[in-house]
Design a protein around this ligand. Structure first.
Ligand SMILES: [Zn+2]
Length: 335
């Protein structure tokens, strides 16, 4: 299953080879280029306005930054990970997927003050079972990246739990669209690198393609959980893909957004507005590339973003695919 296969691959920002190779293996009949930033750039071809679809393939994770005499590993987070989600979690390190546990001092030994404060990453370690530094250095190198355990599970009423859904779901949707034919447009796609560390890959991708229009296919946060106030939920799981009118780094093109939401209404595909101006995506650099590129963001609502277990609704995932498919087929040729 495509989404499962994508989520299970490793690809921490700057170390995307495994996921990039897998995505490339899923593409046929298109010209593919791996650029120096680590992006995978795909040209489907066709005649008409050049439409860029972009999704980032990198995921948040860890990077090994030190090896202690006792064999414990020190690490830095890569991308926006709250240290609260790390304690006691399993990770897999480097190409050989060395198994490790993020250690925590037993609650019995913590003072009251320690129990009430957030433990920072510099006070955590990864235990790979090595007895000393020499043994650890046989299997781990400084600079190796680490990912949360690959898993994919359908549960509850049509929900999916996996690591790295942000933004392998966007990659999956684009890979599915690439199998179709869209007359009247030239379709190009970017599976971008290094998004989670500051949208570093997307600018090069946009400059390379110089598209007439761009749509960033993302995963966004859904905080419809206790104790968040309803007006701070941002998106609601199961209510369709979210359209962004503004975030921290982008002001998507209003006319382009309208063309997408109109296609949704005419085809009875649910959609929702992202109800915050926070966060940022590749759209922030794509819209500023070249002489400015009209850009929209369509995003999948996602609980527990940037954690080991992200949750989406299968219906939202399908609606995101259907909306982009119908928009590319019926609206994009007349932009
Ligand atoms: Zn993302």
């Amino acid at each position: 299953m495509l989404l499962k296969d994508l989520c299970e691959r490793s690809g921490v920002s700057g170390d995307e080879k495994e996921i990039r190779d897998f995505i490339k293996s899923q593409i046929s009949g298109c010209a593919c280029l791996e650029d120096t930033m680590g992006n995978l750039l795909v040209s489907k071809g066709g005649k008409g306005k050049r439409i860029l679809l972009a999704a980032h393939m990198d995921e948040v994770g860890l990077m090994i930054s030190g090896i202690e005499d006792n064999g414990f590993l020190r690490f830095k987070t890569v991308g926006g990970i709250n240290s609260d989600v790390l304690l006691g979690k399993k990770v897999y390190i480097g190409k050989d997927k060395v198994s490790g546990i993020i250690g925590v001092c037993a609650v019995h030994l913590q003072s009251k003050a320690q129990r009430e404060e957030t433990i920072k990453e510099e006070n955590m370690y990864i235990d790979i079972g090595a007895l000393d530094r020499e043994e650890a250095e046989k299997v781990v190198m400084l600079g190796d990246t680490a990912v949360f355990p690959p898993h994919y599970e359908e549960f509850g009423d049509g929900l999916i739990d996996a690591k790295a859904i942000d933004d392998r779901a966007g990659c999956a949707v684009i890979l599915r669209l690439l199998k179709n034919t869209y007359p009247g447009i030239e379709l190009v796609c970017a599976f971008t690198a290094q998004e989670e560390v500051g949208t570093r890959g997307a600018q090069a991708a946009a400059e390379y393609f110089r598209p007439d229009y761009a749509v960033v296919v993302e995963s966004t946060f859904c905080s419809d959980i206790f104790p968040t106030e309803p007006h701070l939920h941002v998106t609601t799981l199961g209510k369709g893909p979210a359209v962004t009118f503004m975030d921290r780094v982008a002001t998507p093109d209003r006319a382009l957004i309208s063309s997408i939401t109109l296609a949704a209404k005419e085809n009875d595909i649910p959609w929702q507005q992202k109800r915050t101006a926070g966060g940022g995506t590749d759209a922030g650099v794509i819209m500023r590339a070249v002489e400015g590129i009209p850009t929209a963001i369509l995003a999948l609502p996602c609980r527990n973003l940037h954690s080991p277990s992200l949750v989406i609704a299968k219906d939202d995932y399908e609606s995101l695919y259907r909306l982009l498919d119908v928009w590319l087929r019926t609206v994009a040729p007349s932009l």
